[in-house]
Design a protein around this ligand. Structure first.
Ligand code: CP
Length: 344
């Protein structure tokens, strides 16, 4: 099954095909990736191309008829082996706004409960004639694995503790929108970094675009090993926030912990929770982000989450344009034939 499309993949072509208003004729960049698996592999130019494409698609959401024909006739499958609110609904809506048909799969309500493997699940759904899988899985590498035996496009919606590329793109796109640049910004990411695919995707993307990233949290949740990925590691939030332009607060992922990694929630809140009191020592225009879901009163006080420096709901709005962009772009690139991968 050829996945090659005829619309072209420059933002100008995307915009023209999508009926969006903002074309970029000066940009000769051609997108060639049939899958979106992570930000580690993407170049600076590819990241910027996604952002320009997303900007073109933002306008679609302001129309009375919020739909363009870019993926008409295509079928996108949301293949979720882990719970989600934002990512799943946002990918669904993004695909619908591009006029694709959308199929929803939840492992808990599927024949996975009867022992069907990931490989058989994918190949059986593919046999119905679908074009793209958006996959969230508890196992790191699951999206990469399925590219070995599917001829469909694959988009990673979060794989274990590895990457959550669209969330990374959303966060960086929102920073760029709010601050006008990424280069030279001090970005502080706070919380359960060790278990966080969001932190990893942010770090890969922010580094490529020239931001200075500091990771903050208890020693058990922010190992020094992250310095090898190009980040500064700190265990003192007040100190790290002093020069911060952006702070991205992450949730404690108890579902991924196998032991008690900090003494108590009360101590965590005192040392690493973002409160109004703590904001007194920061820049007045500090941008506050959170990928969601928020544990209010733990990593983030409610009045800070809903306060004037917060762009948390803007992240969610931007998620739609980012997911329209990546669905559109990967669908322009031909998928090479999947190799036969063994059952796992
Ligand atoms: N940020 C994020 O991935 O949220 P969901 O788990 O609700 O998709």
């Amino acid at each position: 099954m050829s996945k090659s499309r005829t619309t072209g993949s420059t933002p100008a072509a995307a915009a023209a095909h999508a009926g969006a208003v903002s074309a970029h004729p000066q940009d000769g960049f051609v997108w060639t990736r049939p899958h979106l698996l992570g930000l580690e592999d993407l170049s600076r130019d590819e990241l910027l191309h996604i952002f320009r494409t997303a900007e073109s698609f933002q306008e679609v959401s302001t129309r009375s008829i919020k739909k363009v024909p870019a993926l008409r006739g295509r079928v996108v499958v949301n293949l979720f082996f882990e719970d989600s609110t934002r990512t799943r609904m946002s990918f669904s809506l993004a695909a619908q706004r591009l006029s694709a048909d959308v199929m929803e799969f939840s492992a808990a309500k599927s024949s996975v409960t009867k022992g069907e493997s990931l490989r058989d699940t994918v190949r059986n759904i593919e046999a119905m004639g679908v074009d793209a899988f958006v996959i969230r899985h508890t196992a790191a590498g699951a999206p990469h694995y399925i590219t070995q035996f599917t001829n469909c496009h694959v988009l990673n919606a979060g794989d274990g503790q590895h990457e959550h590329p669209t969330q990374g793109l959303i966060d960086i796109f929102t920073i760029r929108e709010r601050k006008g640049r990424i280069e030279g910004l001090n970005v502080v990411i706070v919380g359960d970094i060790a278990h966080s695919r969001v932190a990893r995707s942010n770090l890969w993307g922010l580094n490529k675009l020239g931001a200075k990233v500091t990771l903050v949290g208890p020693t058990t949740l922010v190992p020094k090993a992250f310095e090898r990925m190009g980040a500064k590691v700190s265990h003192n939030l007040d100190q790290a926030l002093r020069d911060a332009d952006v702070v991205n607060m992450l949730r404690i992922q108890r579902e991924r912990m196998t032991s008690q990694l900090f003494p108590s929630t009360e101590e965590y809140v005192r040392l690493f929770g973002l409160t109004r009191e703590r904001l007194k020592g920061t820049k007045p225009d500090l941008l506050i982000l959170h990928p969601g879901p928020i544990n209010r009163g733990v990593e983030l006080a409610s009045d800070v989450a809903d306060g004037p420096n917060s762009s948390i709901l803007r992240q969610v709005s931007n998620g739609l344009a980012i997911r329209m962009a990546v669905l559109f772009l990967v669908n322009q690139a031909p998928v090479s034939q999947g190799a036969t991968a063994p059952e796992i």
